[in-house]
Design a protein around this ligand. Structure first.
Ligand code: ADP
Ligand code: ZN
Length: 728
């Protein structure tokens, strides 16, 4: 009988061999199947390659069912393997990111499914005297009251065979019901004209359209100052891709808050795109996954995990704000979606467009060396001027004691608001104060689980760790010396800036935009509406305000602490700070009213401040490149981190030392560490880091694999591999 390899979405599994039962046509590679695995049923994907002919027949189990859904494309299968090999992750762990809940595999249209009958509901609630097998109990636990699921998805979700579900139906515990109709995914209207493009925009759009029409792999970097029309231009590439009959994927860093982007898309194409992000509800998620697999979604806007969706014929991937470090996934399979987008596009024969006003040094270097094409929009749309950037030297004109806004910034805000315009204060720090100190004994409130200070959130009357989520009430006395009223907040967070602003500008209508106050799309949309409608005079925000907003009446941006990101030894800190502050600055000024940006800084001569003031970002990046090239730091060399963590500090140290001793040696490579990781303790685990730095031409994966193979790691110690770490 025929045998097949099946990849299971489990972190420890490679492929498993299964038998095709008599009477079942052998499912082709990529088919979604249900298979038994140690007494349970699970999902899998028929994989390529030859099954092991020596595996004895008695050890093989039969494929239980084949789902009625288009098989996963070869290009996605190769992509899964590629990501697994690059990140040193098990392929099954990567496959898991490409799978959805089992019920997504049920046909979406009205079709028979099962729901709990009255007897079933009583049994579920424990109001029945009957006794149930463990398998039946699992089904009862899985199915919610009133929920309808197909037999296969129910069986898979409960981890039982389809026979159990059938048996329960026969016993009257389940009754047939119609599965809900999947939501519609409206198709974009390609006959709608786009906006009239300016001459530079037309050239850029023509190049991107040509890239999308080529139906082959290529990467284009699209740059241009904020407001130059990058989004309008790449939407033309999306239109071209759809005309080719292929699907387009747009990755955005802060998708749940991108309501303005979605509105623009809807204006351009008469329909909203499909969405994919972590806050998508379970039902919507399953329907979207299914619709993508069946080719019913033309354009999808998503977070990084959207790269793993089963598009039948992906023709274009746009990565907007490509420099954003939030494209890096730091848990589980550690990957950078910007880089993996390029790989996904290559394997799919698709065009890839990387978009940024401030591209990463990686991408700039790729463009300079000719690996990527480059398209540049030199001016703001409609002749708007770029904002004028000035530094307020904190050494010369500091804020008053205990205050954070200097007199000249206060005056500028006052003038702006008096002139009927809007102002914004930016501080990339949530909460009230980043540090709480006892004035009596000097004790500092720190997280019990992490190497981090607790951040006061005054509105919630709590101290919070921004790394592990630990929170505790603000203590009435110092926990160390018991002094009363001695705990003092040090330094500002947005809440504290808001407090100061309330005193300074009591009549101004203020709006705080931070993750506490803007938790999701609805709040983001409402904030955008209020600002556009001029119901707000002063916006006070964290990095949330930096992302892609267009506020036509905003003319002044004040950066409360421009030096904030520069502390610490991270080689990339300067690049990141320039990118963030440039992005924030870009919120100010539109065609109607020129903008002004004031940076409060203690080091106005720092290259970051100089670059922002002069606007010479190219020069800044060239200098950055000059600093990294000699030492072969990325992007002029390769870097991988091993992060060793354990609850027991000595264990972490011992494994880190063993790894250090077993470090690979060879020409063009160097191992740094072990040293405490950037967060030496995180969620109660002690962390050590080793960095492997290689010349560009060296492939790091085989070196890492061999290295890890030389060291015994006990189960209580975790070694995470982070290829291309974002900070170093
Ligand atoms: P970027 O992405 O470079 O910041 P956008 O594409 O978001 O620029 O454009 C900035 C603003 O200018 C948006 O409100 C956009 O709708 C508008 N805009 C850009 N180009 C045009 C155009 N050709 N016609 C009309 N409006 C445009
Ligand atoms: Zn913590």
């Amino acid at each position: 009988m025929a045998r097949l390899r099946v990849l299971l979405p489990l972190p420890l599994a490679g492929t498993y061999d299964y038998r095709v039962p008599a009477g079942m046509p052998p499912p082709p590679p990529g088919s979604f199947v249900q298979v038994p695995l140690s007494g349970r049923e699970t999902l899998g994907v028929v994989w390529d390659g030859e099954p092991d002919p020596d595996l004895p027949e008695r050890r093989l189990r039969d494929i239980a069912a084949v789902f009625d859904i288009p098989p996963m494309t070869e290009s996605l299968r190769r992509f899964i393997e590629w990501v697994a090999a690059y990140t040193l992750s098990p392929p099954g762990a990567v496959l898991r990111m490409a799978m959805s809940a089992p019920s997504a595999l049920d046909p979406p249209a009205a079709k028979a499914g099962w729901r709990l009958s009255e007897a079933g509901l009583r049994a579920k609630l424990g109001q029945s005297n009957a006794r149930f097998t463990e398998n039946r109990r699992r089904v009862l636990d899985t199915l919610e009251e009133g929920e309808v699921r197909g037999a296969t998805s129910l069986a898979v979700a409960a981890g039982v065979s389809a026979g159990v579900v059938r048996g329960m139906a026969e016993a009257g515990l389940l009754e047939p019901a119609l599965l809900p109709r999947a939501d519609e995914f409206p198709r974009p209207d390609l006959s709608r004209p786009g906006p009239a493009l300016g001459p530079e925009q037309q050239d850029a759009a023509a190049q991107l359209r040509a890239a999308a029409a080529a139906r082959q792999f290529g990467v284009t970097l699209l740059t241009g100052v904020t407001g130059s029309g990058k989004t309008e231009v790449y939407l033309e590439a999306v239109a071209e891709c759809l005309k080719q009959g292929r699907q387009a994927l747009v990755l955005l860093p802060e998708i749940a808050l991108s309501t303005q982007w979605l509105e623009r898309f809807a204006r351009r194409f008469g329909a909203e795109p499909a969405l994919w992000h972590s806050e998508l509800g379970g039902r919507r998620r399953r329907d979207t996954w299914r619709a993508v697999a069946e080719g019913r979604v033309d354009v999808l806007v998503g977070a990084r995990s959207a790269l793993f969706l089963p598009f039948p014929d992906l023709g274009l991937i746009v990565v907007d704000e490509e420099h954003e470090t939030s494209f890096k996934q730091e848990e589980g399979v550690i990957y950078n979606a910007r880089d993996m987008a390029v790989v996904r596009a290559r394997l799919a024969g698709a065009a890839c467009v990387l978009v940024s006003a401030t591209p990463s040094l990686e991408t700039l270097t790729n463009a300079e060396q000719g690996r990527y094409a480059a398209v540049h929009l030199p001016v703001r749309h409609g002749g708007a001027a770029l904002p004028a950037v000035e530094v307020i030297d904190q050494r010369v004109a500091p804020p008053e004691r205990g205050r954070f806004l200097s007199p000249s910034l206060v005056a500028a805000i006052r003038d702006t608001i008096a002139g009927g315009q809007q102002a914004m204060l930016f501080l990339n720090r949530r909460g009230y104060a980043p540090l709480t100190l006892c004035r009596h004994c000097g004790h500092r409130m720190r997280c019990p689980n992490c190497t981090a200070w607790l951040v006061e959130h005054r509105l919630q009357r709590r101290l919070q760790c921004h790394h592990c989520g630990h929170a505790e009430p603000i203590p009435p006395t110092c926990p160390e010396c018991n002094a009363e009223n001695s705990l003092t907040p040090l330094g500002p967070g947005v809440e504290r800036v808001q407090e100061e602003a309330a005193e300074m500008f009591p009549d101004a209508r203020r709006l705080v935009m931070a993750s506490d106050t803007i938790p999701g799309p609805a709040a983001a949309a409402e904030a955008a509406r209020a600002i556009e409608a001029r119901e707000v005079d002063l916006i006070i925000g964290t990095q949330i305000v930096a992302k892609g907003w267009h506020f036509p009446h905003l003319t002044l941006v004040g950066v409360v602490d421009a030096d904030l990101g520069l502390a610490g030894g991270d080689l990339r800190a300067a690049e990141r700070t320039v990118q963030l502050l440039h992005q924030v600055a870009g919120r100010a000024g539109r065609a109607e009213a020129p903008g002004r940006v004031l940076l409060q800084s203690w080091s106005p001569e720092h290259p970051v401040m100089q670059a922002l003031v002069s606007g010479d970002l190219d020069g800044f990046m060239a200098a950055e490149a000059g600093q990294r090239r000699p030492g072969h730091w990325p992007p002029f060399g390769r870097l991988a981190a091993l992060v060793v963590s354990a609850e027991d500090e000595r264990e972490a140290d011992r494994v880190a030392r063993d790894l250090g001793m077993a470090a690979p040696r060879g020409e063009g490579m160097e191992v740094l560490g072990p040293a405490p990781a950037p967060l030496a303790m995180l969620r109660g685990r002690h962390r050590r880091r080793l960095l492997l730095k290689c010349r560009r031409e060296v492939a790091v994966q085989p070196i890492l694999r061999e290295w890890l193979g030389r060291v015994a790691v006990p189960a209580s110690v975790k070694v995470q591999v982070d290829v291309d770490p974002v900070s170093f």
